[in-house]
Design a binder for this molecule. Structure first.
Ligand code: ADP
Ligand code: MG
Length: 320
């Protein structure tokens, strides 16, 4: 490791940890970490590649934020409480202004959850960022994809499709007449998603299954159905859309097939609806019932009158 790398890590990524469970953070060959008694360790890793997951010239603050946000969204989907992260950074050059903004974005989000960056790796090459996040969940209480049962109601948090339309704006595929405030909103939804950590924690013991929406509702709800061996009927009229999106003419395929929502989709048995309301009452995140789990396999869509609707979307795929 060159001196420059050492200085880069020391200056941009090393901070005194407030966490008692970090025995050794950045600075040795391994981090040494303590998992609290009675907890399972939830571990997830995601890579963001320049030109694939974000545009090469994207705002480095937003890249830092989103690199961690996508992993925290996975922890949220399992009902895990964020604790630690490691960061593998591949950079074409050591730009101090880029590093300053990137690390600010990452730590601004980390600080919201008291998460400590405990290690990583730095190398030169095409821009690529990998974050591994670690969280705790009490033994046996993680929210899994496999638990949805016939009759359970299906919910999503927040609104869907904003990020997919935000990406179209970035790529210059402007939907006609986007007001500047709507444009800012949609771009923020794409670049700085808010992982639904508090919702995931509140859903422990209540949701029968959960997943975060990274590749679009079609694909991600599809994973839950497959893992649970069930099907679903979803009412398109109930899919929550932001005011910004409702002001535009956006096909349903984009709303339920576009990626990068980072909302949660979860199922709740009918007899736990009261518990759900009580648990999410103070969380401050909207959640909407969109459909029901059924016994025949597959995902069917209907309109407000109950008529079947065909949705020609598969969700985002890296290897189509
Ligand atoms: P090693 O060669 O033993 O893997 P390095 O010399 O690559 O270790 O890294 C030195 C220390 O800095 C290690 O503790 C490592 O975890 C940490 N580190 C390296 N790159 C980063 C990074 N981008 N962010 C956070 N920590 C990092
Ligand atoms: Mg070593």
């Amino acid at each position: 490791m060159s001196l420059m790398e050492f200085e880069m890590i020391a200056h941009y990524f090393t901070r005194p940890s407030q966490r008692q469970d970090v025995v050794q953070g950045i600075g040795d060959d391994c981090a040494l970490l303590r998992v609290p008694a009675g907890m399972e360790l939830a571990v997830t890793i995601d890579t963001l590649v320049g030109g694939v997951h974000f545009l090469q010239d994207a705002n480095p603050y937003a890249i830092g934020w989103k690199s961690l946000a996508v992993s925290l969204s996975d922890l949220a989907a399992m009902g895990a409480e964020p604790a630690w992260a490691t960061l593998a950074l591949t950079l074409p050059e050591a730009s101090t202004s880029w590093l300053a903004a990137f690390s600010r974005g990452l730590f601004d989000l980390a600080d919201q959850y008291g998460l400590a960056l405990v290690g990583g790796n730095t190398s030169r090459g095409p821009l690529s960022i990998t974050v591994q996040a670690h969280g705790f969940v009490p033994q046996g209480t993680a929210l899994c994809r496999r638990g949805a049962a016939v009759g359970d109601l299906i919910y999503v948090t927040g609104t869907l499709g904003d990020a997919a339309v935000g990406l179209d704006l970035c790529l210059g595929h402007e939907p006609a007449s986007v007001a500047p405030t709507a444009r800012d909103y949609l771009l923020t939804r794409l670049n700085q998603p808010e992982p639904r950590v508090a919702v995931g924690l509140a859903l422990r013991g209540i949701a029968s299954s959960a997943i975060d929406l990274s590749d679009g509702l079609v694909a991600d709800l599809g994973h839950v159905l497959l893992a649970s061996g069930v099907g679903a009927t979803v009412d398109l009229a109930r899919i929550p859309r932001s005011a910004a999106l409702k002001g535009l003419i956006i096909p349903w395929e984009k709303v339920v097939g576009g990626g990068d929502d980072y909302e949660l989709c979860f199922t709740v048995p009918p007899n736990r609806q009261g518990q759900l309301e009580a648990a999410l009452h103070d969380v401050g995140c909207a959640y909407t019932p969109i459909g029901v789990i059924v016994s025949r396999n597959g995902l069917e869509w209907c309109d407000a009158t109950g008529q079947a609707v065909v949705i020609a979307a598969t969700g985002y795929r890296h290897f189509p």
